[in-house]
Design a protein around this ligand. Structure first.
Ligand code: IPE
Ligand code: IPE
Ligand code: MG
Length: 261
């Protein structure tokens, strides 16, 4: 499940503790999820409750990212995926799409140094065509800058859709078949996995959705095939590391039951 953390390449910064002083729970050996995937949902409702525009909800939600990374580092979660913009989110109003497409790379840019200091490797997950050039550049700069960090990996999902990822994998395999490099009879689950956006991304152990919605919304459909699902009623801008830890405790309680023959 969770391998022991490798010795860091260089001394990394220690994450800021939670203001309440709360410490992470102690989970039984081998029951810390290695990969937690979170749908950052509920920003619009959070803003509406306060009579604010939706963009203010997105701003407040972005402030939670470092908090959750701190929670992962303190608990020992080595991989975190965050769903920032889905392939379906293009259907939102042009104003909101424009806001988010400018905002998501700015979020990464503003937090890049802090994440780098913590030893976080940033990787973009998503479909390249259609994403604005400026967004791609910003994400690629962050990837390049943090590529050797090994305290943990953040998979930042922008223009991501599970079905799109599988369609892209199918297309890539079809190209290889047409070129005579791949025998259709030999396509296995491993072949498909090798054509996903990041073939080395570990399977999702815990899929976490705040905001009270109980949907998967096309998130990491292949990688989360065996994930534990946890739904919480908190809206994303109100989320903090204690919610993450509670979900991980629930995961640690459930997994031994799932592993029973
Ligand atoms: C999540 O919050 C952020 C994105 C999907 C970009 P929403 O914008 O979906 O907020 P709600 O679900 O409408 O409250
Ligand atoms: C899922 O949230 C996508 C992200 C968190 C980026 P949405 O709010 O877009 O999903 P639906 O519309 O509830 O399925
Ligand atoms: Mg939503």
């Amino acid at each position: 499940m969770t391998p022991p953390p490798p010795s860091p390449r260089r001394p990394y910064a220690t994450p800021e503790p939670h203001p309440s002083g709360v410490r992470p729970p102690v989970l039984p050996d081998g029951l810390t999820p290695g990969h937690v995937a979170v749908l950052m949902d509920g920003n619009g409702r959070w803003a509406a409750q306060r009579g604010l525009p939706r963009s203010e909800g997105h701003r407040a939600g972005a402030d939670v990212i470092l908090e959750v990374l701190a929670g992962c580092l303190e608990l020992g979660v080595r991989n975190l995926s965050l769903y920032a913009f889905s392939t379906e989110n293009w259907k939102r109003s042009p104003d909101e799409v424009r806001f988010l497409m400018n905002f998501d790379p700015a979020v990464i840019r503003r937090r890049r140094d802090a994440m780098d200091a913590l030893g976080v490797r940033i990787r973009w997950v998503g479909r390249m065509p259609a994403v604005w050039r400026t967004v791609v550049q910003e994400l690629q700069v962050a990837e390049e800058r943090t590529r050797d960090n090994d305290a943990m990996t953040l998979y930042f999902c922008v223009n991501y859709g599970g079905r799109a990822e599988m369609a892209d994998a199918a297309r890539a395999m079809a190209v290889e078949v047409a070129a005579g490099r791949l025998d259709p009879a030999e396509i296995t689950e491993e072949t498909v996995a090798a054509h996903l956006y990041h073939p080395d991304m570990p399977d999702v152990d815990l899929l976490l959705r705040p905001s009270g919605e109980r949907r998967v919304s096309n998130y990491l459909l292949w990688q989360a095939g065996h994930a534990q699902l946890v739904f919480q009623d908190v809206l994303w801008p109100d989320f903090d590391r204690r919610h993450l830890w509670r979900a991980c405790e629930e995961y640690a309680e459930r997994v031994p039951r799932a592993r029973r023959p």
